[in-house]
Design a protein around this ligand. Structure first.
Ligand SMILES: C[S@@+](CC[C@H](N)C(=O)[O-])C[C@H]1O[C@@H](n2cnc3c(N)ncnc32)[C@H](O)[C@@H]1O
Length: 276
């Protein structure tokens, strides 16, 4: 057992490594970790590992007989992941910088592939699945989570009605294709998986609610400003953005006033697959 007799709780690197898990990633990751078959001596690949959740957790659940490869093109995230690995004292994690569409791994390398909201973020989904098939051993388990088209439907319905009220209906199709590009209907995902030489053995649907006092709290929250607002704004030309999101915020505030809070629904699925 790796034991530190004295942890230095004033060490900023240790503190940053402790303070690591975004609430957004947690419900997806919990579903994924619940679905993984824990066995000794696994070669594991986690796709779209980002800052290391849930891959670093999985590496600890499996212990030192297994090795977890983390794959992501985001260099700064991998640097932080390395810091956490060092702080945790993990020796069974290997960092791979790159994309799922072109992996630098031998054929039939992995017993288990995981991806927590990762595979659904790649540029070329079919190519990524084809690579997964190539690097997975026959019979390998692949577990992924992704959010579904109804994600934040409360926001999108306000956004669309605001665009209509402002006579910006020409941008409504862009909103729909944005939703489609980010969150594929489950039927499409099932089809890609089937055509890529995998079989779904279990499909678990879940949902969680992101609660905010109102639209202003939501629009100004860090997660929304960081990961959502820029792409929502990008659906409109710059000269048309003015005032639209203020109006959406007002509409969301009115919606929240009816109920006493603004609830955003996040439906997601956890797919447990086998490589044929
Ligand atoms: C929503 S984040 C998920 C991060 C982490 N797994 C979690 O649960 O918090 C999606 C991740 O996919 C990565 N990504 C984007 N394109 C990718 C690609 N083509 N191949 C592999 N990973 C990719 C991003 O850099 C990002 O870290």
């Amino acid at each position: 057992m790796i034991a530190h007799s004295t942890w230095n709780f004033e060490d900023p690197d240790l503190v940053s490594a402790i303070d690591e898990l975004p609430l957004w990633s947690a419900p997806f990751g919990q579903a994924l970790l619940d679905a993984v078959a824990l066995k000794p001596h696994l070669q594991v690949l986690d796709i779209g590992s980002g800052l290391g959740f849930p891959a670093l957790q999985l590496a600890q659940l499996l212990g030192p007989t297994s090795t977890v490869f983390v794959l992501d093109p985001w260099q700064a995230a991998l640097t932080r992941l390395q810091l956490k690995m060092d702080q945790y004292g993990l020796s069974n994690v290997r960092i791979a910088s790159g994309v799922a569409e072109h992996m630098a791994f031998e054929d039939e390398s992995f017993d288990l592939i995981t991806s927590n909201n990762g595979l659904n973020n790649v540029q070329d989904l079919r190519q990524a699945w084809s690579e997964c098939r190539r690097v997975a051993k026959p019979g390998a388990q692949l577990v992924l989570t992704e959010n579904l088209p109804g994600t934040m439907l409360e926001f999108y319905s306000c956004f669309k009605s605001t665009l209509s009220e402002l006579e910006l209906t020409e941008y409504l199709p862009a909103v729909d294709s944005h939703i489609h590009s980010k969150r594929k209907p489950i039927e499409e995902t099932r089809q890609i998986i089937g055509e890529s030489g995998f079989k779904i053995v279990q499909e678990k649907h879940g949902r969680f609610i992101m609660r905010f006092l109102d639209g202003s709290a939501m629009i100004n929250s860090f997660l929304i400003r960081l990961a959502f607002l820029p792409s929502w704004k990008g659906l409109l030309p710059e000269e048309r953005q003015d005032g639209v999101f203020e109006k959406v915020e007002t509409a969301l505030n009115a919606k929240a006033a009816e109920k006493g809070e603004l609830d955003l629904t996040i439906p997601f699925v956890c797919l447990d697959c086998r490589r044929l």
